[in-house]
Design a protein around this ligand. Structure first.
Ligand SMILES: Cc1cc2nc3c(=O)[nH]c(=O)nc-3n(C[C@H](O)[C@H](O)[C@H](O)COP(=O)(O)OP(=O)(O)OC[C@H]3O[C@@H](n4cnc5c(N)ncnc54)[C@H](O)[C@@H]3O)c2cc1C
Length: 390
């Protein structure tokens, strides 16, 4: 019979929960570890619905370091995650990230570029002429230049999540298909979780890796997190022209982003102020036809003729304090660890965040100082300043 006693229970088994599980077990294979995931198809997990972009182009030192670590990890990820000789295929395409810069964004772009280079990021300033030479389909009207991260790129986010999951299982993680309905505690110590099936699991350490549902589950233990689900839409389209080479992930000054996808598709999206808070997964064709398409066609005039193939909506677990990760123990409830609030950049942060949290749980010295993401800043109302796209 299955024991109900564990060393660590993880709530949510998508990319964050599975990365923590993997990093814990690779360091200590004797741990009794359960991951409770209510939806093994991951149909609403942000990890499945993500765009899978990886870039060093942030402004905050720690976010840049996390991405540099991710680029290193993803370079040998398939070997590291092999199970019985079977390697996953994450399809990392090093096509780069190109931020298009207008005069209002120039000072910040130059400042961030200096920090990125100082930390070892391979990012360069491109003049408008250089942008035109490299990608002649782009209009450079109104631009003063761009910043190009040549090691950046995009990958298959679902494959990354499933690779962490499969590897964690091979190391002994027990994935339980059920829903955590309450975090249990005794005084100021976490004691486990209650499941919808009626089962009670006990552990002195519980990790909240519930993505956009993180605040709901934390609240059952009296913990208030500033994390809300915000709907973000993505559209897949087939242009009339055939591109001579794949596009990098391109981000316009407005925040509109687009990149190539396999099968000659282009993926496009944009976070907007009117994006709704709530668990809503419907997508609106009009968002594309009326708002995004006209803007896209100004940047790429050849995209004035295209076919909208499909769209989808996923949720950002938006940290309303500062749009950055909330990573570490919750100071007011012993044994509760958080890996939440990644907003729009969690996929690329999963290798570093999972490892960091595992090292904190195991009482080891972390490989990277990510103390500035500590949950204490929520209690202190001390936002971090990341001025790049989040
Ligand atoms: C449209 C879109 C584009 C994005 N693009 C990028 C990008 O280009 N690059 C990037 O780095 N990031 C991107 N992101 C963000 C990234 O996808 C997320 O930050 C990351 O996937 C978060 O992973 P997670 O494991 O925390 O959450 P999720 O993937 O949402 O997983 C949470 C899991 O917890 C489970 N769960 C929740 N509550 C319970 C419960 N009570 N009991 C049991 N299970 C529970 C859910 O079923 C779910 O599987 C994007 C996100 C979206 C939506």
């Amino acid at each position: 019979m299955r024991s109900n006693f564990y060393d660590v229970i993880i709530v949510g088994g998508a990319v964050m929960g599975s990365s923590v599980a993997y990093h814990l077990l690779i360091s200590n294979p004797k741990l009794r570890l359960a991951v409770v995931e209510r939806d093994p198809t991951y149909s609403q997990a942000s990890s499945s619905l993500s765009l899978g972009g990886v870039r060093v182009q942030f402004s905050l030192k720690e976010n840049i370091q996390i991405s540099l670590y991710a680029l290193d990890c993803f370079a040998h990820f398939e070997e590291e995650m092999a199970v019985n000789g079977e390697k996953p295929f994450i399809n990392f395409r090093e096509e780069g990230y190109l931020f298009l810069i207008d005069s209002s964004g120039r000072a910040l772009a130059e400042e961030s570029l200096t920090v990125q280079k100082k930390l070892g990021g391979e990012v360069e300033w491109w003049s408008s002429e250089k942008i035109k030479r490299e990608f002649s389909i782009l209009s450079v009207n109104g631009l003063v230049g761009g910043t190009f991260g040549r090691k950046d790129g995009y990958l298959d986010p679902y494959a990354v999540m499933m690779a962490y999951r499969a590897k964690a299982v091979s190391l002994g993680a027990q994935y339980i298909t059920d829903e955590v309905i309450e975090l249990s505690k005794s005084g100021r110590q976490i004691t486990g979780v209650q499941l919808a099936s009626g089962l009670v699991l006990n552990a002195g350490i519980v990790v909240n890796a519930a993505g956009p549902w993180a605040a709901e589950i934390a609240r059952t233990a009296g913990v208030e997190l500033p994390v809300v689900p915000i709907k973000r839409q993505v559209f897949a389209l087939k242009p009339a022209i055939t591109l001579v080479r794949p596009l990098p992930l391109i981000i316009a000054p407005s925040g509109l982003y687009f990149r190539s996808e396999t099968g000659g598709l282009i993926l496009v999206g944009r976070s907007m102020d009117e994006d709704k808070v709530g668990f809503d997964f419907t997508w609106e064709k009009e968002r594309f036809t009326e708002i995004l398409w006209p803007e896209l066609a100004r940047i790429v005039p050849a995209f004035d003729t295209l076919k909208l193939v499909r769209g989808w909506a996923g949720l950002y677990a938006q940290n309303q304090l500062d749009s950055n990760a909330i990573l570490g123990p919750w100071p007011e409830l012993k044994g509760l660890y958080l890996i939440n609030g990644f907003s729009g950049h969690g996929l690329q942060q999963s290798p570093a965040s999972g490892r960091y949290l595992a090292e904190l749980i195991l009482g080891r010295t972390p490989f990277l100082d990510l103390g500035s993401f500590s949950p204490q800043r929520i209690l202190d109302n001390r936002p971090l300043s990341e001025r790049g796209v989040v």
